[in-house]
Design a protein around this ligand. Sequence first.
Ligand SMILES: Cc1ncc(C[n+]2csc(CCOP(=O)(O)OP(=O)(O)O)c2C)c(N)n1
Ligand SMILES: [Mg+2]
Length: 804
Amino acid sequence: MSEKFAEETQKLSYKEFKKEILHDYNIAVVSRECSILGRREVLTGKAKFGIFGGGKEVPQLAMAKAFKNGDWRSGYYRDQTFMMAIGELTPEQFFAGLYAHTDIKAEPHAAGRQMGGHFMTHTLNEDGSWKNQLEQKNVSADISPTAGQMPRLLGLAQASKIYRNIDVLKKTNSFSDNGNEIAWGTIGNASTSEGHFFEAFNAAGVLQVPMVISVWDDEYGISVPAKYQTTKENISEILKGFQRDENGKGYEIFIVNGWDYSKLIDVYNQASTVARNEHVPVLIHVKELTQPQGHSTSGSHERYKSDERLEWENKHDCIGKMREWIISIFENEEELINIEKEAKKEVNAAKRTAWNSYLHDIIQAQKQVLSLLEKIAEKSKNKPFILKLKNELAVIKDPSKKEIISTARRTLRYLIDENNAEKTQLLHWIENYNKEQSKNYNTHLYSETKNNAKTIKEVKPTYDENATLVDARVLLKNNFDSILSRYKEVLIFGEDVGRIGDVNQGLEGLQEKYGKLRVADTGIREATIMGQGIGLAMRGLRPIAEIQYLDYLLYGLQILSDDLATLRYRSAGKQKAPLIVRTRGHRLEGIWHSGSHMGAVIHLLRGMYILTPRNMTKAAGFYNTLLQSDEPALIVENLNGYRLKEKLPNNIGDFTTPIGIVETIKEGKDVTILSYGSTLKIVEEAAKELAQIGIDAEIIDAQTLLPFDLNHDVLKSIQKTNRLVIADEDVPGGASGYLLNEILNTQNAYKYLDSKPMTITAKSHRAAYGTDGDYFSKPSVEDIFEKVYTLMHEADPNTYKKIY
Ligand SMILES: Cc1ncc(C[n+]2csc(CCOP(=O)(O)OP(=O)(O)O)c2C)c(N)n1
Ligand SMILES: [Mg+2]
């Protein structure tokens, strides 16, 4: 027993001491039994896939002891024992997760939307408002991409620093008690090979935030051993240079074996004290862990581990070692045998209860369909066929929803020319079942609460009679100034955002006014700038995180796509992170300054709003709208718009730009041209030239790509002009393809078209550098003029003679 642990335990009576250890042992063996039975459930076909925490139980007991109310975890799929130890996972819930039970009461970790082993706690009430995070243990919803938990972890930890150091936020709130909360991260040894790990690790050292990272080291990443993963096969060894010392701030680093229960408790205690009190980040390298059942249910580890390794793992199993240690102090094995026996019984019973509960409603549905089919068959001329379907469904002992509804739908094919009450009943059943399941599987991509951004009403900008024309960046800056003074929880950060007030001076002077924490420079590290935003937003702050140019969004895109954009969905509406991502793009020439991969962006970021304001007044309005809502969004400002003149509104900070509403910026009767962002300037110029030869184009600004045109105003325009052109700078089939699909398929505008719908896009190529490179890569005024003219020529060759 280590000294520190002995000291701590002296404070407890012998009885209490023993009770606590046996309690922990019990959690560990219950957790292990869950892993063992869980694997069996998958192999016998009751669940699709299993990934478990076997072999990592003991360090998680220690982490749970140091984890306090208000703290946060951002971890990965091995942490079932931790979840059990903090009281947030029962064996029954464990199996409900494995079966993908869609009732959130039975499966509170993802309501069946994620594979088992992905955990969370609820941070939102039913109405979408925040719960008091100080009264609970907080677990940010897990994601599967390895190291994807790291960027968010940084933000969760930084929130404590913000709450501790910004006076106006210190008042009692439900997120932080003077910044005393730790963000605890867990990651597998192999996942530390990812860039996200190193980026977040460095950033936390720079920021000095209370983040404790545990590396669960079992020397493998699926089948690939440490020698292919980590230099010197040792993550703490190579991170030694981060150790804080007289030369500068850095990390506290601990190394401990994962089977050493008492030492682990010491280490986690020390880590907790350092991180909580001093806001120093900590690395705990937990070594000598094992994976007794292999990586997951999709394979067995005997395929890639040597006999020696397997034997070593057997000897070093952390529960086995803990057991030996307990026997060495209490000299009594019987209690342990009893705990083990009871655990088996308990887990077996929990498994059965969870399965029955999961199946209950499904069996009801099966019975309903069987009875409907029986009645229908009696009346149908296709009786034998329907009875065959019925019988096939009847013999399925543990049916899936898919098997039931698919049988019901296939039956309809035998009833095509039959009409009776029974058929109507079946149709109703199918409709209702689809609706019910849609609630289970297809909800909460966006906020379904009253704070939904789409409900924020438009407030138009208003102007003094003699309103001044200003550089648009001044308008934006004045609006950010207003935002920072109205919303104390707003923080703006990114590369060059602080000292110089961003590369286009949209924040000029605001760091001086609001301080280095609220308007902050960051390192060049887009993935963790996004992660910072996500974590801060989860803890009640309102970050505006900047990606310097749209071209570099790709570095942060993975984390936005996998984490932020899925958060509400994967948590079934129980977590949110209302992060605003600010960037600028379009019309700087060259491969990396062409910035128009909007198609890629909208497809990867379903779950966020994608807003493309055509000027800074519109952009400012979007910020104002979003801050009144609780949803995440990306705003793409026009890079060439900051020096253009715009009229300064007199209601800065108050006016809003609505989400999902297009704007007609020029009325016309001959052709509808839809565009967005900076391409609109080119479209407007082309429209002027077209007007000179008698073609009257209607120009519509899409304004928001996700969601697009909720009122179907483009359809109304097409009903008038009967012609559609979509113009943008993306590749063919990119954002213009998406818009075309929305208009033709969702709005059904094809009925009103007299000409083939046309898209005018950049070439199906890469964009070249410079003015001329741009001209020959992207749509020009001439391109738009000629293409629209050709469209009109095809429709009316007498009026519009062939141009060339
Ligand atoms: C980005 C990404 N790449 C690959 C995978 C597939 N994958 C899942 S787990 C895993 C190995 C992780 O090993 P480690 O981090 O050591 O954790 P362990 O499973 O050993 O606890 C891999 C490659 C993934 N989930 N995400
Ligand atoms: Mg590993």
